[in-house]
Design a protein around this ligand. Sequence first.
Ligand SMILES: Nc1ncnc2c1ncn2[C@@H]1O[C@H](COP(=O)(O)OP(=O)(O)OP(=O)(O)O)[C@@H](O)[C@H]1O
Ligand SMILES: [Mg+2]
Length: 195
Amino acid sequence: MTVLADDEPEGATPLTPEAREGLIPAGVTLRRELNEYEQANITEARLWAIDRKRNPVDVPFCKNLHKRMFDDVWRWAGAYRGYDTNIGCNHPQIEQQLYQIVGNTLWWIEHKTFQPDEIAVRYHHGLVLIHPFPNGNGRWSRLMGDVLARYLDRPVFSWGGSLLVGDDEVRDAYLAALKKADGDDFPDLLAFARS
Ligand SMILES: Nc1ncnc2c1ncn2[C@@H]1O[C@H](COP(=O)(O)OP(=O)(O)OP(=O)(O)O)[C@@H](O)[C@H]1O
Ligand SMILES: [Mg+2]
């Protein structure tokens, strides 16, 4: 495997050699090919998850969704990272931190602390900040936000529209909004998610 490391967009987590060993499809040498495999896997998972009637604010569901999004492509799908990364908590604390954001989000839903969109965006942000997995945290946590939005009777988010096709300006706006959210300032991320 000689791909992946050099062409990650800004804010993406470089794959460790350990993580790269988990690639399942044989003969993948280009990032474009990998993207296609991942995208097909994610599309299936999205269909399964999006209008599910059960509450997605749940730690086993967090793991299960990541697994379903990436299990045709990565052996570590649905398994927490076992090392520290520059975004994300110390790895031994991942599960505890997930329980914390899940608990907070359940509280916000029950007490209507924020509008439904804001609850879903805060859930997305809390999850991606933990960065539980070796890769795919952005796509997984955005889908988690979408599933929660649907559960709260809201439409799925647009996340800047072209974010997924690698528009640099859109991605920069997303990362800037995430950084504000890291400081508990959510209006930009909320606006971005609906843009
Ligand atoms: N300062 C930050 N605070 C919170 N989250 C961040 C920050 N910088 C980046 N992120 C998140 O980390 C994600 C990248 O992590 P990772 O590479 O694991 O996910 P991905 O799904 O492969 O990426 P992508 O979002 O490009 O599809 C970004 O999409 C973003 O959601
Ligand atoms: Mg990535």
